[in-house]
Design a protein around this ligand. Structure first.
Ligand code: NIG
Ligand code: FE
Length: 426
């Protein structure tokens, strides 16, 4: 990201801070300097000493923290449109996976793709998200499933920040599926993940977190625990794809390991809900688009989780198989209609809740003194227009690290990616 400037956002009708109890301030201004929020209050109180170089008139509109998409598989090649068609005719995700479709198909295409090709499509996807108000994006590997291909995916994810004004936080997901060449020796694959992949990922500084798809016929509780303990020992934070298709007890494992988040949770029990309520430090990340897209009837118990005191986040789960969706504002609508959250709880889930799921609570996903100056000027005078209007409210402006990166006549473009000669000729 390029150097921040001093920016005054004036004439804010409503500022949904997402701090503490979620104060909404009326008729305020926000001053940003050095990429951080340095003043929030009436415009008349803006520090006299400040030398404002740039102004953004919010025109009485609502302002939210920049949105945080805390669970995506955004770097991949190809698509799986045909699998969607099969599901529309009654096939299940698990059946398609068992027949060699699913994650392994995207793995083959991703292994074959060059780093530049992957980067081009990833930038395109990420830019579409920034245009909707996303200022932080978590991206997982997990379509490489070999040392080189996992490192390639993570390098591409990291490189997005060089081309777009968005923060990228990366997660190593070598435990996404056992690749076909290890089908009959899965223990060897887990050894590879633990003994080679994790150390290299850490050595090259390519990930903050490690995640595992803990699921029947994917990775067991014992296998997931082994991988995550190694990850922790190497200093990575821990996440889990937990209790998505079957109730494996992965959410409980996540809490026991001090995971920063457990994600999916469609199949969790009342006891699991109570446990997550008692452990708000392990964020419950809910992914309603994947439930919709898989044609499942079972949404995770969002209302019960909030009532139990859990920290709840909502994300797109953008991936070519179970959730080909890049629309985080639309997820706030599903958060209300399918998870039973109120509009204000759903907005909290894509800001403060999602930031907590990335270990960034108090720094991202809230508007407070000292926090990152990432803001979304909603294209409406009330922030709840976002869930209410079904993904139809485009931002008036997006501010990333104290710079206006989306606004009237302004789109988030960085340096172009050039395809190598060999590729252009191919
Ligand atoms: O979060 N559940 C596992 N992983 C992804 C799906 C990945 C894929 O199907 O390609 C998910 O839903
Ligand atoms: Fe996922």
């Amino acid at each position: 990201m390029s150097a921040p400037t001093e920016l005054l956002i004036s004439n804010i009708g409503r500022l949904a801070t997402m701090n503490g109890e979620g104060a909404v301030l009326r008729d305020v201004a926000v001053l940003c300097a050095e990429g951080r929020v340095v003043y929030v209050g009436p415009e008349s109180g803006v520090p006299a000493a400040s030398r404002v170089r740039e102004r953004l008139d919010a025109g009485g509109r609502a302002v939210l923290p920049g949105l945080v998409d805390c669970h995506t598989h955004l770097v991949f090649a190809g698509d799986r449109r045909d699998e969607f068609a099969l599901r529309c005719s009654g096939a299940t995700y698990a059946e398609i996976h068992a027949q060699g479709g699913g994650i392994v198909r995207t793995m083959r295409l991703t292994r074959d793709a060059s780093e530049e090709e992957l980067l081009l499509t990833a930038i395109r996807r990420a830019a579409a998200m920034v245009m909707r108000g996303v200022t932080t994006l978590e991206i997982k590997s997990g379509y490489g499933l070999s040392l080189d291909a996992e490192l390639k995916q993570l390098r591409v994810a990291r490189a997005i920040e060089d081309h777009l004004p968005v923060r990228v936080i990366t997660t190593f997901l070598g435990g996404h599926s056992v690749p076909p060449e290890y089908r009959d020796r899965r223990a060897d694959y887990i050894d590879l993940v633990c003994n080679e992949m994790i150390p290299r990922v850490v050595e090259e500084g390519l990930a903050t977190f490690c995640d595992v798809f803990c699921e029947e016929r994917v990775f067991s509780i014992a296998e997931s625990e082994r991988i995550l303990l190694v990850a922790k020992a190497h200093g990575l934070g821990v996440k889990l794809h937990a209790d998505q298709l079957t109730r494996t007890g992965a959410a409980r494992l996540g809490v026991a390991l001090g995971a920063v988040s457990v994600d999916h949770l469609e199949q969790i029990t009342a006891e699991d809900v109570a446990l997550l309520g008692a452990h708000p430090e392990t964020v419950a990340v809910l992914l309603p688009a994947s439930v919709l897209f898989l044609r499942s009837q079972t949404y995770p118990p969002g209302r019960a989780l909030v009532d139990a005191g859990a920290t709840v986040a909502i994300s797109t789960d953008l991936n070519p198989g179970s959730s080909m969706c890049d629309d985080l504002p639309l997820m706030t609508t599903l958060g209300c209609t399918s998870l039973g959250l109120t509009p204000s709880e759903a907005l909290r889930a894509v800001t403060a809740g999602a930031a907590a799921a990335l270990g960034q609570g108090g720094h991202l996903g809230c508007v407070t003194l000292g926090a990152a100056a990432d803001l979304l000027v909603v294209g409406a005078d009330h922030e709840e227009a976002l869930p209410y209007r079904f993904g139809r409210v485009a931002p008036h402006a997006v501010v990333s690290a104290g710079r206006v990166v989306v606004g009237p006549g302004l789109v988030p473009l960085g340096p172009p990616v050039t395809l190598s000669r060999a590729r252009r000729e191919a």
